[in-house]
Design a protein around this ligand. Structure first.
Ligand SMILES: [Zn+2]
Length: 659
């Protein structure tokens, strides 16, 4: 399969690769293009959106139609009824749910005798509709494997290697796979960036080698991940990848997938600068035909869709419609700003989701969301039983429909040759998108030339932006952008311990060094029982942030660290935390905070006193510093403290407690 001579992979000269899954482009409008994936099982038109779906969320016996809270409804509406053609499932998502290794094997037998497509078809046939022709993109889960969470996946027989991850992706029956990669959160130190990039790149090449062994009928299309914290960094990465692919003589079709964008999502200029740099390197290459190389951006959609398509991006994935819905954020149809569902007076939208909500009446749905517990409530109008998860799912579906309609509109605009006009129209209702376009004009002369034909009044905000000066996070967020007290948050039943940790500079918090350190120690000590701990971060800007809200744009995208001189902010955070504890203390058998910086300790201590609950650890740190946070002795103190509620699985911990 390897050729030594130079070979262009083009839609017209795929002589050897024709039988392999590949990508072709047709109609173009500037760099934007209409294309098609020609895969082993399906074909998929681009630009394409892959909404994120969690498929394996419980035991297999009920099949796909009967599992998964919000996703149970979303799967039914979007995949079964709406017949949406594509979705993304992150390969290790089942580790977030209470799935045992034998349940995983039941879902996805190791001999690949039943894939997720077979489950989909079984479900569809049971509902009296024909087999699904869904294109499944399987992400690699690299961010989960980056730290010491190996033991989590090893009990499922999965190892953090390209071969093992590909094997799991094939068990799903993935049509498109991403290479095993290691993301670069903002502020990743340079030596760490070099090491992670080296490993991600080696894994990309390894994936292509491994695909040579996969039977032709099952072989997926590979998206190779690229990363960079700066435009120079990502350019170097893309150059190196293309050089290596060429020097090793690979002729297999591949795509490029830009990662590490999620924690930078709130800062639009950064996203556009990084994606633009990656695309620019790709378009410059003489080694391959860019027309045969699709480009994906991980975790970014929304109002970026037309702008990124304009740059030449072919596919998107996102879970932000669900993330927002979990926080009861309903996208306002014109501006796409999340509006708190409880504050809606009407449903100003005629999508299928809103039509269904109107049948039951908005007021009734709002009142159901205010009620306690998870039992089904009866719709006043239809007498149907309604679960809260169904209402969350309606909001998520409405949010998703706005995005998927926009992909459709963008596709049409490319075909009509007026994408730039569409982007401008789109931008007038959304100031951020408008600002981006003017920014684009400054980095891309082609764009500048086209912008000269656009009415100037639209670009009053235009000012040259220096790419190197663009920060990773937005400083524009205020405490009003997130307040858990307004969201109707309820801890899950199985959570017995409330653990408060200070927020981190790296986002999402769960991926930060400090949180990984703590969760790593806890997993070592308590194994599966760690799932009984509710981890809530104390944000210096927002106050308490339960884990389920960590990936909201305003939470993943702010940059603020509390210091002891910020008196007003300390008072606000303390007040919110005390209120949070008073509201939820009854749910937990233990409340514990772990902090070693002065400001965060003060917040926790005062809030504990006000709420009359909670213990602050370490009890007596030798100093108040970051190094103290990581000290083994202090982490052991935390583990020992939790042992009175959670029986430890690790024998060394047991002895530690006995002493
Ligand atoms: Zn709607």
């Amino acid at each position: 399969m390897k050729l030594s001579q130079k070979l262009h992979l083009g839609s017209a000269n795929l002589a050897e690769a024709r039988v392999l899954p590949h990508f072709v482009t047709g109609f173009r409008d500037g760099n934007a293009r209409l294309g098609e994936f020609r895969l082993s099982r399906t074909r998929l038109k681009t630009p394409a959106l892959f909404p994120v779906f969690n498929m394996l969320t419980g035991p297999a016996k009920g099949g796909l139609g009967n599992t998964g809270g919000i996703f149970k409804f979303l799967k039914k509406w979007v995949l079964l009824e709406q017949r949406f053609p594509s979705y993304l499932s992150e390969v290790l998502h089942f580790t977030d749910f209470n799935l045992s290794p034998s349940m995983l094997d039941r879902w996805l037998p190791r001999d690949r005798s039943k894939t997720i497509h077979d489950w989909v078809n079984e479900w569809f046939l049971g509902e009296g509709v024909g087999p699904g022709r869904l294109t499944l993109f399987s992400d690699s889960g690299g961010f989960r494997l980056l730290f010491n969470s190996e033991m989590d996946v090893e009990r499922f027989g999965v190892r953090p290697t390209p071969a093992s991850i590909l094997d799991l992706q094939l068990r799903y029956g993935a049509d498109i796979v991403a290479s095993l990669d290691y993301p670069l959160p903002p502020n990743t130190p340079p030596p760490e960036e070099v090491e992670r990039s080296r490993r991600s790149l080696a894994n990309a090449l390894e994936l292509l080698r491994l695909l040579e062994q996969v039977p032709e009928t099952d072989v997926p299309f590979p998206y190779l991940a690229v990363h960079g914290q700066t435009t120079e960094g990502i350019r170097r990465y893309v150059q190196k990848l293309l050089r290596k692919l060429h020097s090793e003589g690979f002729t297999r079709p591949f795509g490029i997938a830009v990662g590490s964008l999620v924690p930078r999502r709130a800062n639009y200029e950064t996203i556009v600068a990084l994606v633009h740099a990656a695309l620019d390197e790709l378009h410059k290459t003489e080694r391959f035909d860019p027309g045969a190389i699709p480009v994906h951006v991980f975790g970014v959609t929304g109002d970026m869709i037309p702008v990124l398509s304009f740059l030449g991006v072919d596919s998107f994935d996102s879970s932000s419609h669900v993330q927002s819905a979990r926080a009861l954020g309903y996208y306002e149809p014109e501006t796409w700003r999340p509006v708190p569902f409880r504050q809606l007076d009407d449903l100003p939208c005629d999508c299928a989701a809103c039509a269904q909500m109107r049948v039951h009446g908005l007021a009734d749905l709002k009142s159901i969301m205010d009620r306690e517990g998870r039992v089904a409530h009866r719709s006043k109008r239809t007498r149907e039983p309604l679960l809260k998860s169904q209402i969350y799912a309606w909001i998520a579906w409405h949010n998703l429909l706005l995005h998927s309609d926009e992909v459709e509109t963008t596709r049409r605009a490319i075909f009509d040759g007026d994408l730039i006009e569409h982007v401008v129209r789109f931008g007038t209702a959304r100031p951020r998108a408008q600002k981006l376009l003017s920014y684009l004009g400054n980095v891309d002369p082609q764009v500048q030339a086209r912008l000269e034909h656009v009415p100037i009044s639209l670009f009053q905000v235009s000012s040259p932006t220096d790419v190197s000066s663009i920060g990773a996070y937005s400083l524009a967020f205020t405490p009003d952008d997130f307040d858990v007290g307004t969201l109707g948050y309820r801890p899950a039943k199985r959570k017995e311990v409330l653990l408060l940790l200070p927020c981190s500079a790296e986002k999402p918090y769960s991926q930060s060094r400090s949180h990984q350190l703590v969760t790593g120690s806890l997993k070592k000590a308590f194994g599966k029982r760690t799932a009984r701990i509710e981890r809530v971060s104390v944000s210096g800007l927002y106050g308490p942030v339960p884990e389920e809200f960590e990936e909201l744009d305003q939470v993943a995208g702010y940059n603020y660290y509390l210091t002891s001189s910020a008196h007003k902010q300390i008072a606000l955070v303390t007040e919110r935390l005390a209120r949070f504890l008073q509201e939820h203390r009854g749910h937990f058998s233990m409340v514990v905070g772990y902090a070693t910086s002065r400001a965060y300790r003060r917040v926790m201590q005062d809030a504990f006193a006000q709420a009359g609950t909670g213990t602050l650890l370490p009890r007596s740190p030798t100093s108040l510093s970051h190094t103290e946070f990581a000290r083994t002795q202090n982490l052991s103190e935390l583990v020992g403290w939790l042992c009175s509620v959670l029986p430890a699985t690790d024998i060394r911990v047991k002895s530690l407690v006995a002493n």
